[in-house]
Each structure stands twice: as C-alpha cells, then as structure tokens.
Design a protein around this ligand. Sequence first.
Ligand code: TRP
Length: 333
Amino acid sequence: MNKDHKVLYSGMQATGNLTLGNYLGALKNWVGLADEYECYYGVMDLHSLTVRQNAPEFRAHARELMMLYIAAGIDPEKNVLYLQSSVPCHAELAWILNCFTYMGELQRMTQFKDKAAKHADNVNAGLFTYPVLMAADILLYQSDVVPVGKDQLQHLEITRDIAQRFNSIYGDVFTVPEPYIGKIGARIMSLQDPSKKMSKSDENPNASIYLMDDPDTIRRKCKRAVTDSEATIAYRDEQPGLKNLFDSYCACMDKTPDDVVKEFAGCGYGQVKEAVSEAVIGVLKPLQDRVKELAVDKAYIDNVMKTNAERAYYAANKTLRKVKKKVGLTDIR
Ligand code: TRP
C-alpha cells in the first residue's frame, strides 16, 4: 500500500462525562501526533448503543465529545474528527466481519464478560459483537497504529486476527494494525480506590474528576482522595493513593516523580492534595473555557462534523468497496 504517512486511529465512546484519566491518559497525548501520522479520531456513538441511552442526552454527549477533542487541541483540519455513525461504512463492514469472527473468540473477551456481568439485564448481541465493530473502525482506514489503553489490547488483538484471517483468504486487503508504542499517557486511578482505573461509569462521584467539573468540585474531590496512614512523602506502590495523586500532578505539570518527591519533601498530604487540585484546575480551566466558546458556535461544530465525516467516508469507502468486491457482493455503481 502506498501511503505518505502511516495511519493512526483511535476514538472514545460517546457515553457519559470524560474524566481526568481520559484526558491525561489519552486525549492530551493525541495532540501533535498529526505531525507524524495521518490521524483519525472517532466519536464512537454506535458502540455506546450497547447500553440504553437517553436520546437527547446522548446526542448532546456526542457533540460535547467532539468539542472536547477540538478544545484539547486536536485540529480538525489536520486530523479527521468524526462521528462514527455519520460514516455508514462502519456498520456495513462490521456486518461482513461478523461473518469472519467466531463465537468462541468473542466469548473469550474479558470486557464482554465484565460488561455482561455488570448489565445482566441487557446482555444484547451488540455487546457481544462490540469488538467486531471496533475491528471495522480500525480496518476501514488501513490503520497502522492504534493508541489504546491496556483494557483495549485484547480488542486490538482480535482485530489483528480478523484482518489476518480475511487477508489469508482474499489477499492483502487490510493493513494489520499494531498497538501504538509512543509516549504513553498517565494511567490515572480512582480517587476512592487506587487499585482500579478512574472511570466515567464509576457509581461513586468522588472517585473521578470529570473534565467539566468546576474548581470547587475538583478541590473537594482531591481533598477526599484516599491516601494512607504512613504520612511519608514517597512515590511507591505501597502508597497507591499518594502515587496516583503524584501521577496526576506529574502529568499536569510535565514533571517526573523524582522532581515531585523532592518538591513535597516534608509536606503533609493535605498540602499535596491542594497542589494537585490547583494543577488539575490549571489544566482543565482553559479546556473548559474553550468548550464553552465552541458550544456557542453551533455552525462551526456542525461544519466540522459534516466536512470531517466526508473526509472519513472517502477513506473508509475505498476499503469497503474493495472488501465487497472480494467477498462477491455486487457493485452496481
Ligand atoms: N472500545 C474503545 C474504548 O472503550 C473505544 C473504541 C471504539 C476504539 N472503536 C475504537 C478505540 C477503535 C480505538 C480504536 O476505549
């Protein structure tokens, strides 16, 4: 395949409010990748339908996520930012790939098992084939690299398996993607239980800092963050709550753990928490201001969604037409 730049693909689900973890772990690190890669970032609204959504809220969230991408500094002229559902090729390719994916493979997905247990009243087929839609997302754009968190590596692995299986039957149709190994974002944990990842679906609102939280809320959540009773300043696994606060601080201030341990030597945890909340506010405030500005410029966002969806469609449809031809579907155009 002849490409000037390697293709990089990623995206986030359009559900709920993004957290500080999503920002420091992913979004922040996507800025600037466009210098090196042809970047596609989706707002994964089709994936969100695996959980029942309130339609008006859901639509607003998808739009807000688009604005957050832009507010974070991902330029919609240099990157392709689009809503997954606005490019019909995703659902079409997902169907075809469903027919090249085995039940047994999907049954092994740990995220499916976790989500099925969590939403026992709605274990729908979409939840089961979620990884196939994700494979379609990635393969449509001939993606070379995919930045994903640890929890999505298994989905990237099945994407590779599906791509290789298809290629072994039909020739080189899909680029087989690799996980993106670059500057890895911070892994921010829950403020209430530092053994689990900060999550937008945590039932405890004090566990996560949301990107749109106001300064007082951020201060209050940091103040309540779980630490330990050792009362020593150190960066180590034995003090996971403090370590998580330091990780957040480092990511916000672009500092290293060594710097930070020195900086806070002799301080109490209260002082650390105060400094962390101010660092977080310093990072989130400009982002929030930018989202508010974008929110009033309705025509601008509408235009970005439309033009970027066209750019995405152009690339995706090239792959889809090739796939349809290979499997023997009729092209009437
Ligand atoms: N499943 C991913 C998540 O929850 C979101 C996602 C959907 C994605 N399609 C993707 C990520 C394609 C990377 C590439 O985080």
